[in-house]
Design a protein around this ligand. Structure first.
Ligand code: GLN
Length: 328
């Protein structure tokens, strides 16, 4: 049972009153420290993803968490400034760029249903005749990259530019070692891409799509960077500079898709425990959105059998239990 001092409980409850504007990064900091202490016993649990050898070289006992409020307050604990491999977190951002350009039309090439098999499974894709279940599994992300390539000619470069801009970090880069490690063993992703090409749902050469996809997954970002970059998802589509990336309705639909599909075949369990739109990556990162309030990014490399960070899910569970800030 999570216990918090009464004074913190009162402040947290004050935050929960709609319309009441109390903001203090000191309070956010205190909340994250409590979360960290609560979940310390599970940090280091889980396994590293052997199918991308470069990702298995990280210390499984690493942990960081960052929170960025919609008004720009930043708090963080642990290794929250240390870059890690974003992997599938990139899928949310790349899809947002495509959604911004295509609107509802992109949903004809990719669905918004949960997936019941692993994130890189080919089973659903064959049954659904080349239309991925959602943009947050590998097949859906390959369609996203394909579309971004058609729109821009440089899908990964466009994404990197967007991320640099949103988190105000011009030094974000692709980790070339991770990118090569992933591309060298990308047999499943190649199978997914070829299957979609055969169904007519991939328009660029498979090799080009795979190269851009591997590089976007290999972008290295810190928890702070990710939480900052995702802020538009908590701000009804409005970017850091006040311009709009997505209409509020599209932001709502993307958050809903994250809730039902962002944690893959464990999305139901995570919705049950955490109650927030979230997206995980096999680098051990999870980005979560508290609409109209804040974004969170937690990183800890030990994964469960579904590819979700064990300590990351525990931290989000502790966070929403402590604060009451879930969408439910
Ligand atoms: N790059 C990884 C892959 O394609 C991303 C998977 C993930 O993070 N879940 O398998």
């Amino acid at each position: 049972m999570l216990r918090i001092p009464l004074v913190l409980e009162l402040i947290v409850n004050a935050f929960a009153v709609p319309g009441l504007q109390i903001s203090s990064s000191v309070v956010y900091q205190d909340i994250l420290e409590k979360v960290h202490a609560e979940i310390a016993p599970v940090i280091g649990k889980g396994s590293l993803p052997g199918y991308i050898p470069a990702l298995a070289e990280v210390d499984p006992a690493s942990f960081g968490i960052a929170l960025v409020s919609v008004t720009g307050e930043v708090a963080g604990v642990g290794e929250w400034l240390r870059p890690f491999s974003v992997q599938s977190l990139s899928k949310v951002f790349a899809f947002s760029l495509v959604l911004a350009s295509d609107g509802a039309a992109i949903w004809h090439r990719v669905g918004h249903e949960p997936s019941v098999h692993r994130f890189d499974s080919v089973i659903d894709l064959e049954l659904d005749r080349g239309i991925p279940r959602n943009p947050l599994v590998n097949a859906g992300a390959l369609v996203t990259v394909d579309r971004l390539l058609s729109l821009t000619g440089d899908a990964q470069g466009e994404l990197l530019e967007f991320l640099r801009e949103e988190c105000g970090n011009p030094y974000l880069e692709v980790d070339e070692v991770v990118a090569k490690s992933e591309l060298d063993g990308a047999h499943r992703n190649a199978a997914l891409a070829h299957l979609m090409a055969e169904f007519g749902n991939l328009h660029n050469p498979v090799a080009e799509v795979l190269a851009h996809y591997s590089r976007q997954c290999a972008i290295a970002m810190s928890c702070r960077d990710v939480a900052l970059a995702a802020r538009f998802l908590a701000r009804r589509g409005v970017l850091a500079d006040g311009t709009r990336l997505l209409p509020a309705g599209d932001t709502k639909r993307l958050n809903a898709t994250m809730l039902v599909a962002g944690m893959y075949d464990r999305a139901g369990e995570v919705a049950y425990r955490v109650g927030l739109p979230a997206k995980s990556g096999v680098g051990g990162g999870i980005v979560a959105v508290v609409p109209n309030r804040c974004t969170l990014c937690v990183w800890s490399p030990g994964l469960d059998e579904h590819g979700n960070s064990v300590a990351g899910v525990a931290a989000l569970d502790a966070f929403t239990t402590l604060t009451g800030w879930s969408v439910f």
